[in-house]
Write a protein that binds this ligand. Structure first.
Ligand code: FAD
Length: 306
């Protein structure tokens, strides 16, 4: 392309997540979900503006199960790219999409300058652990989506990882093999499903390393702010919550502020243990709120990798 017609993209858009997390500072990143309506979108933007101040390494927006929430995912990701100095990463799933449609979504993300994509299969239409049915002209697994996205342009691609075993997986060893397969397809980093013990993370990391791979695995942590939300998230994701966590939260269940404080303590303790283990950063599942996440961030005393 002649230099005169090449579009210059701002540095925050073209920043490569794998390069940023390879630095000496831990990476800090925030995950949002697509808001359901305009009021929820306003709440999300308030959180984004507050979280932007701590200059995270990147932020991401999950890909909805279908229709209008998907449009909102793309719209919010584009708006982050256009109106903030944050590096956006778009989640993308194979659910209900033909390969042609997937190409179209990747093209529209590329058109607004997004360079980092989290390539996922998505949960079966019936929810986590249900029977997976591929779109007749679609893709079966995330490793194939990694290959497709890599073919379509100069993207860096991340993938999901599961310290507590994916609900459809036969074993923790199989999960490690799947992660190696995704790395072989071109994934440069992984972000985990939320989990609650240091042992779960270390186990996954060591199983992957034993297979000769050192793909960076960023722990995904969810600061719990209420007991009902925790129950809903664990039901949706099919992930277990240890009794050591539920008992601490249930002990203060009648006091919403105490639940939030205990949730912040639990996440801070786990993040400290994981960083001490050499985790490349922390990915916060924010639930589109900022207060608890910022408290954990402050407790950790970090500056994010840029
Ligand atoms: P895959 O890697 O395809 O794995 C799915 C299942 O198939 C696993 O049991 C795996 O063991 C097995 N498997 C994988 N490859 C093969 C193979 N080649 N042969 C045989 N079996 C195989 N969901 C959303 O809908 N939107 C989101 O934005 C979203 N964001 C997420 C972000 C993170 C960080 C994480 C951890 C999860 C996210 N999810 C999201 C949920 C995710 O889509 C589901 O957990 C899904 O069931 C698994 O996705 P995957 O990309 O790991 O799929």
């Amino acid at each position: 392309m002649p230099a005169a017609t090449r579009m210059l993209r701002p540095a925050h858009l073209t920043r490569s997540i794998p390069s940023a997390i390879a630095g000496t500072q831990p990476s800090i990143s925030f995950e949002f979900f697509p808001p359901r309506d305009d009021a929820a979108e306003a709440v999300l933007w308030e959180a984004i503006r507050r979280l932007e101040k701590v200059r995270p390494t990147f932020v991401s927006v999950t890909y909805g199960a279908g229709g209008s929430t998907r449009d909102r995912t793309i719209r919010v990701t584009e708006r982050i790219a256009r109106e903030t100095l944050l590096t956006p990463m778009a989640h993308l799933t194979c659910v209900g999409h033909s390969v042609t449609e997937l190409r179209g979504v990747v093209g529209s993300l590329s058109a607004v300058g997004i360079r980092n994509i989290l390539a996922l299969r998505g949960d079966p239409q019936g929810g986590a652990g249900g029977e997976w049915v591929r779109h007749p002209e679609g893709i079966d697994h995330a490793d194939e989506l990694v290959s497709l996205v890599r073919l379509l342009g100069a993207f860096t691609v991340g993938v999901a990882a599961f310290p507590d075993q994916h609900p459809e997986s036969p074993s923790l060893d199989f999960d490690a093999e799947v992660l190696v397969r995704k790395a072989d397809a071109g994934a440069e980093f992984a972000i985990t499903q939320f989990f609650f013990t240091r042992e779960a993370y270390v186990g996954l990391r060591d199983r992957v390393a034993a297979r000769g791979r050192d793909i960076p695995i960023i722990p995904g942590l969810m600061p719990v702010t209420n007991v009902k939300q925790l129950a809903r998230m664990t039901q949706l994701s099919g992930q277990p919550v240890p009794a050591s966590v539920t008992s601490r939260l249930e002990a203060v269940a009648d006091d919403p502020e105490a639940v939030r404080q205990v949730g912040v303590e639990i996440t801070t303790e786990l993040a400290q243990q994981l960083l001490a283990e050499g985790a490349p950063g922390i990915h916060f599942i924010t639930m589109n709120r900022s207060t608890a996440t910022l408290q954990v961030f402050d407790n950790l005393g970090l500056t994010a990798a840029q």
